[in-house]
Design a protein around this ligand. Structure first.
Ligand code: GDP
Ligand code: MG
Length: 439
């Protein structure tokens, strides 16, 4: 989806003047891109109609930058299509909050149960209890127990003999007694939507009206995901959708259709198998990502959740006062490493998907080791005042780190560039600064 749309956008953006024929041509491209991405046909039609109307409007034609206006319209409408505002998760005032995870087999319910618990604990300070209510597959219970151990979170499981409804009932009692404020129930799935499954889910739902019933769907299944969402919603009523495996979904059709077909918001997206790979869904950011405008905000957020707050403040101060040293640089690099594989991070940068081969690229992590070696070969004085590093010193550093002068030069240049950039960015924490950066 992205590639095709981005091509069209780039073409239109540069246009000095836009006439009706241009818009028509562009709408054709947009329609193709959406259909190719497996977006629901009805959704495509309405979407194209909406942007056509707005794009042919007088204010666009008369504007000085009509191309950019059109791109903005497409972005706005894409955002709207995916739900507009970000939807927050609902917590109950009466303890505990109950969240039911439902969906077909293999959609990612059990994994998402763990990820969600992890996120709620980290970002909302909740105390979750994971409930193993998929009693039809012993492996499913074990899977959840393993996840609980890994995250050091309690798992309520009673093996496969007790009914899922009874397990859920006892789990809610247990949570009350133990002051665990959030109960997340991992329910069973089937390969297809069926009556017995729906009845079971209804019985669990009847115990204590859940604050959220999250339908977990695999985004790779495209329009099927949309059908599943419709069926589940009709049968038991869902409050939101978690789209999993978005990391592997190149077409993005489900993300675009689900909301307008079911009227239920996408609340979270799964971006990988690891326990921290769950993100709140931001329609606007997703639209930017689709249009190749990058996803700087997610990136910054990702960085923030990995960087110690106090340290971050210290760093910012250092940037501002230009006392940032190579020691700080090293420390930062270590933190970046902890953020996860670099190639994943890179993909979030604006325009990164236009860099050929990046999809399959593995970032050269050896490069980072070389940088480390170079910094370790510097003297204390050199690390704090790199200006003193002359040709002789460079030679010594290169030798000491087993690299060459070019490597040292490159690092020094990067360091200077980074300092400059960071100095600009540290102004971003003020409203005015943010505006200046276009955020
Ligand atoms: P369930 O049957 O609905 O409980 O599904 P599981 O939680 O067992 O997940 C099925 C498979 O999908 C597992 O191998 C998960 O690791 C994988 N999975 C779940 N969510 C994601 C995701 O967001 N991205 C990727 N790449 N894999 C995922
Ligand atoms: Mg499961």
């Amino acid at each position: 989806l992205s590639e095709r749309l981005q091509g069209t956008m780039t073409k239109i953006k540069g246009k000095g003047k836009v006439n009706e024929a241009d818009v028509k041509e562009m709408m054709r491209e947009v329609r193709f891109a959406l259909i190719e991405a497996d977006v629901n046909l009805k959704v495509v039609k309405e979407f194209v109609k909406k942007i056509s109307e707005r794009a042919i409007g007088q204010d666009v034609m008369d504007s000085l930058t009509p191309g950019q206006q059109v791109v903005k319209i497409v972005k706005d409408e894409l955002t709207e299509l995916m739900g507009g505002e970000e939807r927050k998760i609902e917590f109950s005032t009466k303890q505990p909050t109950v969240i039911m995870m439902v969906g077909l087999q293999g959609a990612g319910k059990t994994t998402t149960t763990g990820k969600l618990a992890n996120l709620l604990r980290r970002k909302h300070n909740r105390k979750p209890l994971l409930v193993a209510a998929d009693v039809y597959r012993p492996a499913a219970i074990q899977q959840l127990e393993t996840i609980g151990k890994q995250l050091s979170l309690p798992v309520f499981s009673k093996g496969t003999d007790m009914s899922p409804v009874e397990i859920a009932r006892q789990a809610i009692e247990h949570a009350k007694a133990e002051h665990l404020d959030t109960v997340i129930i991992d329910t069973a799935g089937r390969l297809h939507v069926d009556e017995a499954l729906m009845q079971e889910l209804k019985d669990i739902r009847a115990l204590k009206e859940p604050d959220e019933i999250f339908l977990v769907v695999d985004s790779m299944t495209g329009q099927d995901a949309v059908n599943v969402a419709q069926n589940f919603d009709a049968a038991i009523g869902i409050t939101g959708v978690v789209l999993t495996k978005l990391d592997g979904d190149t077409r993005g059709g489900a993300a675009l259709s689900i909301r307008s077909v079911t009227q239920k918001p996408i609340k979270f997206v799964g971006m990988g198998e690891k326990m921290d790979a769950l993100e709140a869904f931001h329609p606007e950011r997703m639209a930017s990502r689709i249009l190749g405008m990058g996803d700087m905000l997610s990136l910054i957020e990702k960085a923030q959740s990995n960087v110690d707050e106090v340290k971050a403040k210290e760093l910012e101060e250092k940037f501002r006062t230009s006392t940032f040293t190579f020691d700080d640089f090293l420390e930062q690099m270590t933190q970046v490493k902890q953020m996860g594989p670099l190639d994943e991070i890179l993909k979030m940068l604006p325009g990164a998907n236009k860099i050929k081969g990046l999809e399959n690229a593995k970032v050269d992590e050896g490069q980072m080791d070389r940088v480390e070696a170079i910094i370790y070969s510097m003297t204390k004085k050199e690390k704090t005042t790199p200006e003193i590093i002359n040709a002789n010193r460079k030679k010594r550093i290169a030798k000491g780190s087993g690299t060459n002068i070019q490597d040292v030069n490159r690092l020094l240049k990067q360091f200077e560039d980074m300092k400059k950039m960071m100095k600009q960015m540290s102004g971003m924490n003020t409203k005015k600064g943010r505006k200046k950066m276009g955020m």
